[in-house]
Design a protein around this ligand. Sequence first.
Ligand code: SIN
Ligand code: CO
Length: 388
Amino acid sequence: MNPDVPLQLLGGLSARVFLRDYWQKKPLLIRQALTDFHSPISPDELAGLALEDAVESRLVIEHGERPWELRRGPFAEDAFSQLPERDWTLLVQAVDQFVPEVADLLQHFRFLPSWRIDDVMISFATPGGGVGPHFDNYDVFLLQGQGQRRWKIGQMCDADSPLLEHADLRILAHFEQTDEWVLEPGDMLYLPPRLAHYGTAEDDCMTYSVGFRAPSAAEVLTHFTDFLGQFLPDEERYSDAGAQPSNDPHQIQRDSLDRLKALLAEHMGDERLLMTWFGQFMTEPRYPELVAGTELAEPELLDALGQGAVLVRNPSARLAWSEVGEDLVLFASGQSRLLSAQLRDLLKLICSADALHADNLNPWLSDEEGRNLVLELVKQGSLEFADE
Ligand code: SIN
Ligand code: CO
């Protein structure tokens, strides 16, 4: 995609300008980012999802049994009829994994790396409803789906920003408002990480949050070193051949630290393993149990495709690809697979196509490596046969 084309979703900014001036830096209000936008899911359907075990949901009731009461789903069918008239919000996580029309909205965000996208959370709020002034550690696009929501934005926060005493919610003790807008369906507000914000419903309203994921530094270090450790033999150890005699046997000398730093640098600098770990980590599914896979033999796959079957990405799967030296690697739902450079177009197709079928897979079905790749992805569950 051309990064210099003005995008309606970004209010006429190009991806390049948005990334340069706003992404991770400052908020952007976009009126009618999506024109004639009608929420593809109704409040009742959202409430229905919140009854299901597989779905993460929360209710925040401002004047509940205690201020800002949090209840966690799955909810019982009568849970919503017993709520107050106003001032509460239902939030449902990762609706894109359960409602294809919601997943389709992510097509508009292709100007950002798909592996940075976390999920589409949808909230339904009664008048006055909100989750309190807070900040998030990730970027978010808040798309108004139905009704009106008043968004106030405030200061940049950090780990030291004072919070209200609350066991479950991170509500800011101080909110220093800098701006305020009422969003209508189709309007969208981009917020960078750590910017204080406070949304309240003007009427019954639904808000879509397209959230992004970025591993914390602590996650990167602990997970990557765990991963690296699997490849290192027990025999490889701290070693100090050539050590100088020391005056005091109890002192750990500076040269020991230098040896340790050299050991760390040698392994931390292994780009092949770093890329492999990163791709696997960033494609780990939110709900691994929904990427189950099926047993399938190659002749069955070829038969099915020959008869017009269509393969689609499992909505719970995540796919990405990269170059590792001369090779290519496909990351699929937390696993990686090294492939030869000639499969580049197949990898791109698998990651981006809405559907895979005999026509677009044709050039690769006669190639053993290509055929095998498609088969493995179906067996692993990242690809699945479309229903019809
Ligand atoms: C909401 O939709 O009510 C909350 C979204 C957010 O503030 O992150
Ligand atoms: Co937020």
